[in-house]
Design a protein around this ligand. Structure first.
Ligand code: SF4
Length: 142
């Protein structure tokens, strides 16, 4: 397992503030958190590094002549799945949350990033355990 290093923090932008990426901003939520400290490196619209990160993470960048690679990103295969018994309040059926919970419970991952409800919006949050098995880690939708 990888040791998680403490993060640098900075003051989050106030709601409605102009974002560093200006009109390109997709409102990903990073600038609403203390992690805005990393915006120059992390924002895909300020620092175009997708091909390098794909290479680093997956061992190759997406193949631009493959429509599924262009649309979905680097992948080995794709499949469709849904829960036969949907989680109450889930965005669809809760399949993504179910996979995340199973990976946490089996110790296959150190944490998952979920969207927690925050001030009428969403806040990217690291979930390290699931206090209510059968429900999603954040208590929100998928
Ligand atoms: S990091 Fe996210 S919120 Fe901040 S400018 Fe980029 S896209 Fe917008």
């Amino acid at each position: 397992m990888t040791a998680i290093q403490p993060h640098q923090k900075a003051k989050a932008l106030k709601p409605g503030s102009r974002r560093p990426a200006k009109e390109l901003c997709s409102e990903c939520g990073l600038c609403d958190t203390h992690y805005i400290h990393y915006v120059k490196d992390a924002c895909a619209f300020l620092n175009q590094q997708v091909a390098e990160l794909e290479e680093q993470t997956h061992g190759r960048s997406r193949q631009l002549d493959q429509p599924d690679d262009v649309y979905f990103g680097v992948h080995d295969s794709m499949m469709a799945a849904r829960r036969t018994e949907p989680i109450e309040g889930a965005q669809w059926t809760g399949i993504v949350s179910t996979i995340a919970i199973e990976m946490l419970n089996r110790g296959l991952v150190e944490g998952v990033i979920v969207c927690a409800k925050h001030r009428g919006g969403s806040l990217p949050t690291a979930a390290r355990d699931c206090p209510h098995p059968g429900r999603n880690p954040s208590g929100t939708g998928e």
